[in-house]
Design a protein around this ligand. Structure first.
Ligand code: TRP
Length: 443
């Protein structure tokens, strides 16, 4: 079995699709619009692009190189390259982080499936109280049912392995998403008054920027590129030696940025046309968008399409997040793939149930200091584990691993730039974010 797994590799195109599939997810379509709305619109978007370029791309290349160089999981790759168990222990942090990210990511992915069904069946439009609808949904057991569906689909993809499962699924879904997104963007831009939304999203007003915006932009760049949780290390281990990691990094970076751009071009025109504030917060797409869709001709169709698209984008990401603990457990315990996938998915489903309940029925118990368990897990994973693990990778590839440049395979000119970013720019910026979220610095 382990022999089989060792030779189960991505094709070149399949890898690019899978890595884009990992990157494009709830981060682009659910988180990105509301943080952009909250932290300054177009100026924030520009900052996000700069973070992608200066930190996202170099760290992505580092993760891929570590994975392919070590050919292990997100923890053992570091040990195999360095011969030092301490690095592997640091890498384990990202394995645990992925498990917990997946526990609540599956919950949110489930919401999108529920909303897709509500929209297609027209039930979504029988009310105009979308805040009430969302909170009734949260206060039922239905989210757990949908979370189970998400975990099942994710497990079904993973159980078939890398080339037959992950790659095949992504090669089909990712091109389909482009078509759906273009259709929705085209439609949103054709709405009367759409340009106000476009200019909020694309015409920067730097007076709206704060120092906090910059840190949020960097965190968002990490989350959106699936960095700092071992995802890209794990996928990197399945990349063939002949593939150019530099070219792959560029394709994934550009692909992910384009998806974010398209998502913004759908969401901002839509909410501006219907007079909704873009600073609505996490409920933005579940509360504001249904209101917009309900007032739109063909709203049930476009709304349904939007939420289905979101669900699939989320599942291609879920697949990559869950593969991190799956790869770890199968190597560590010597289990075969089906056993590992079933065990890890089941445990992750169970771990997610309290998060799901903490936003509804269990909200009075499952909270601490006014923050729900769901928010706590998101906060600790996204704002602490993620930058710490990101820091570990940059320091490892930048300082500890002498063969990093050879594995990355760039030209001498680009190697210099890459190493400079990895050694100085990325760690410094990540450290800044970390200290900010840890409350050590206040701006
Ligand atoms: N990038 C995905 C999104 O935008 C989510 C994701 C996948 C992720 N793997 C990750 C986030 C690893 C952080 C770390 O939705």
């Amino acid at each position: 079995m382990s022999e089989h797994r060792r030779n189960d590799r991505f094709s070149s195109f399949g890898f690019i699709m899978s890595a884009i599939g990992s990157a494009v997810g709830l981060g682009n379509m659910w988180k990105f619009p509301y943080v952009t709305g909250t932290y300054g619109g177009a100026a924030f978007f520009l900052l996000f692009m700069v973070c992608l370029l200066l930190v996202g791309l170099p760290v992505l290349l580092a993760e891929l190189a570590v994975g392919r160089g070590g050919r292990g999981n997100a923890a053992s790759s570091l040990t195999k390259i360095s011969g030092n168990k301490g690095w592997g222990a640091l890498g384990f942090l990202s394995v645990a982080g992925s498990f917990f990210i997946m526990s609540f990511y599956g919950v949110v992915a489930g919401w999108t499936l529920h909303y897709a069904l509500l929209s297609f069946t027209g039930k979504l439009f029988r009310t105009s109280d979308y805040t009430g609808l969302f909170s009734n949904f949260m206060n039922s057991l239905t989210p757990i049912g949908w979370q189970l569906v998400v975990m099942l689909v994710t497990a079904l993809v993973l159980i078939r392995g890398v080339s037959e499962g992950i790659e095949r699924f992504n090669k089909f879904i990712i091109p389909a998403l482009v078509v759906l997104l273009l259709l929705l963007a085209f439609h949103a831009l054709s709405l009367e008054g759409a340009m106000e939304g476009v200019s909020f999203f694309l015409k920067p007003d730097f007076s709206k920027l704060t120092a906090e915006s910059a840190l949020v932009a960097l965190g968002q760049a990490f989350f959106s590129m699936s960095l700092g949780m071992g995802t890209m290390v794990t996928y990197g281990a399945y990349v063939q030696k002949s593939q150019s990691l530099g070219a792959a990094t560029l394709s994934v970076g550009v692909g992910n940025a384009l998806y974010a751009l398209l998502a913004g071009l759908i969401i901002f025109p839509t909410i501006f046309v219907f007079g909704i504030a873009p600073t609505e917060g996490p409920g933005l797409i579940f509360v504001a968008l249904p209101a917009a869709f309900s007032a739109m001709p063909w709203g049930a169709f476009f709304g349904g399409l939007f939420f289905v698209l979101l669900a699939f984008a989320a599942i291609t990401s879920a697949v990559s997040i869950l593969e991190v603990p799956v790869a770890y457990a199968s190597e560590r315990f010597g289990w075969n793939r089906p056993t590992t996938v079933v065990t890890v998915s089941l445990l992750c489903f169970i771990a997610g149930v309290p998060s799901a309940l903490s936003l509804g029925i269990g909200s009075s118990v499952l909270e601490l200091g006014g923050k729900s368990l769901f928010d706590w897990i998101d906060f600790v994973c996204s704002n602490i584990v993620l930058p710490v693990s990101g820091l570990v990778i940059t320091l490892f590839a930048g300082y500890a691993w002498k063969g990093a440049a050879a594995e990355a395979g760039l030209t001498a000119f680009w190697i210099k730039i890459w190493l400079f970013m990895l050694r100085f720019v990325a760690p410094l910026l990540v450290l800044l974010v970390l200290l900010y979220y840890a409350g050590v610095i206040r701006i």
